[in-house]
Design a protein around this ligand. Structure first.
Ligand SMILES: Cc1cc2nc3c(=O)[nH]c(=O)nc-3n(C[C@H](O)[C@H](O)[C@H](O)COP(=O)(O)OP(=O)(O)OC[C@H]3O[C@@H](n4cnc5c(N)ncnc54)[C@H](O)[C@@H]3O)c2cc1C
Length: 498
């Protein structure tokens, strides 16, 4: 008889683990608290507009495609990848615009327009970070770090020292590039894991470099079409997804997790996989101190957490062809405005990430207009001075609109709003149980990566596993897909032993 697995949470981590386990013959049931699946990769749909709720930047498409081939399926029958070029359009408060194309000869023109020295610096930077990426990909991103032997061996440690140089992201970029806008453009992208470029390790310069070298992609219908594809595959393999079911507790006996408690009572399973945010789960779902092991409430309160985001969703009556799919708007006083999110204050002039999928994919809108998400970094809920009420929402909306109207061609944007909505850190916490309302979970600082990040397998219950952005290798859809791959390998290993 096949072993029964309960997965807590239908985020990208839970869904992709489910599919891998189903493929290996397990009986899988996913319990999701919300009515929709996908977790933070979710959707807002109105009569006229379709908005990706959060994730929009699709890097490393092979991580997405790999799960289809693992399941023995052709990804083309489920999703359509569209390559994006330029990968970014950069707007600045001084009204300059720079396109960053995938094609090198077009890119060189943009870079040389800034200066030949910076163009050279950009390519040297790209080449050095590319080398780090190849090491990180081979030795860390695709390998479990659960066992001390995985990390504390001379080969891995040598590689870790090679990729983790001590300079901060911004300082590291500045070694190669003089132009302030170019520095800020690269630093802004390195912040996608939710740590400050003025503080965090420079390894996350991988983000702009991987985007440049391997490209950025869009899925027709938005990121949520990937969630729909996973859901279809899970159904095809006989898995069950129950929505609107909140797990209240993981139930233990001796050295095992025997099931989960919901409002319907206790449901038993042979294996439990928890996709709910790790620190939230340790605090709320694991009630007995013994099973928390080192992740006591005190330890959780001492750990470092990523920042959060505020997102404004605008459905527009007309098109704004000045926007590309991915746009970054740089304001004045970049450092001060970025650091606000990590010091507990709201930015005065927020730098913005503007996502306009309808530029490329008209299935995202049913009218003649555009749909855009505007995202800015804000403090997580551990900073208690900010109250996420209508007053704060209006303040940030007005700041965003003021900056948007400063972009040539977007002066009339406010008059052409047909639909408006928001996502706040408070929503992140209440909707998805994201601990502290963070956008990206536990901060992937040096002291919280690889072996030092929470492990896939519980140290106290040998059939309890964890998956998701607070686990190795870290936040972002492609990394969480890797996390699901690695946790599945740990489960398969454990099943052979037991
Ligand atoms: C604003 C924002 C922008 C982002 N942009 C990008 C991007 O452009 N590109 C990119 O690659 N990544 C991006 N990310 C990161 C990416 O979305 C996340 O890393 C990833 O979706 C996390 O997936 P997960 O499976 O770890 O967790 P989650 O998505 O949080 O899934 C956990 C699931 O568990 C459920 N759950 C929690 N508690 C319980 C319970 N007690 N009972 C039952 N169910 C429960 C939750 O409802 C949720 O569905 C972004 C994230 C945010 C927030």
């Amino acid at each position: 008889m096949s072993k029964k697995v309960i997965i807590i949470g239908a985020g990208i981590g839970g869904l992709s683990t489910a599919l891998r386990l189903l493929k290996n013959g397990y009986e899988v049931e996913i319990l999701e608290k919300n009515q929709t699946i996908g977790g933070r990769v979710n959707i807002i749909e109105t009569d006229s507009f379709r908005f990706d709720l959060s994730a929009s930047i699709l890097m490393m498409p092979n991580c997405f495609k790999e799960i289809f081939s693992y399941a023995g399926k052709n990804y083309r029958e489920y999703v359509k990848f569209i390559e994006i070029d330029p990968i970014y359009r950069l707007f600045s408060a001084d009204k300059t615009t720079i396109d960053f194309n995938k094609n090198i000869s077009t890119l060189v023109k943009s870079l040389e327009h800034i200066s030949k020295a910076d163009s050279l610096g950009y390519f040297k930077f790209t080449s050095d970070v590319y080398e780090k990426y190849l090491i990180a990909n081979k030795f860390f991103l695709k390998r479990s770090q659960d066992s001390s032997k995985d990390f504390f061996n001379s080969k891995t440690l040598t590689k870790a020292f090679k990729i983790h140089t001590l300079a901060t992201t911004y300082d590291y970029i500045s070694r190669y590039i003089k132009n302030e806008k170019l520095r800020e453009f690269l630093a802004f992208q390195s912040m996608y894991v939710g740590i400050s470029p003025f503080d965090g390790p420079n390894i996350y310069t991988l983000v702009p470099v991987v985007s440049q070298l391997y490209g950025l992609w869009h899925l027709k219908g938005g990121m949520y079409s990937f969630i729909n594809a996973l859901s279809t595959l899970i159904n095809e393999f006989g898995g069950t997804i129950k929505t609107g079911v909140t797990v209240e507790e993981i139930v233990f006996s001796k050295d095992k997790a025997i099931g989960v408690k919901t409002s319907n009572g206790i449901e038993k399973a042979d294996i439990i996989v928890c996709n709910a945010d790790f620190p939230y789960a340790m605090k709320n779902l694991v009630k007995d101190a013994h099973y928390k092991d080192k992740y006591t409430d005190k330890k959780l309160s001492e750990m470092k957490y990523s920042c959060s985001t505020f997102i404004l969703y605008l459905g527009l009556k007309k098109k704004y062809p000045q926007l590309r799919v991915h746009n970054i708007y740089l304001c004045e006083n970049f450092k001060e405005n970025i650091e606000a999110a990590f010091k507990g204050t709201l930015p005065v002039n927020p730098p913005l990430y503007i996502y306009c999928p309808s530029r490329l994919d008209r299935s995202m809108v049913k009218n003649e207009g555009d749909c855009i998400n505007i995202m800015l970094r804000v403090p997580n809920l551990f900073f208690t001075d900010i109250v996420w009420d209508n007053c704060t929402i209006d303040l940030l909306t007005n700041k965003i609109l003021k900056e948007l109207k400063n972009i040539d061609g977007l002066e009339d944007i406010e008059e052409n709003i047909d639909y408006k909505n928001y996502l706040t850190p408070q929503d992140m916490e209440s909707k998805f149980n994201a601990y502290g309302g963070t956008a990206f979970g536990l901060s992937p600082t040096l002291a919280q990566t690889n072996y030092f990040r929470p492990h896939f397998k519980s140290s106290t219950a040998n059939n309890l596993f964890f998956v998701g952005s607070s686990l190795h290798p870290g936040p972002g859809v492609s990394l969480v897909l890797n996390s699901a791959k690695l946790v599945t390998e740990e489960i398969l290993k454990s099943s052979i032993i037991s």
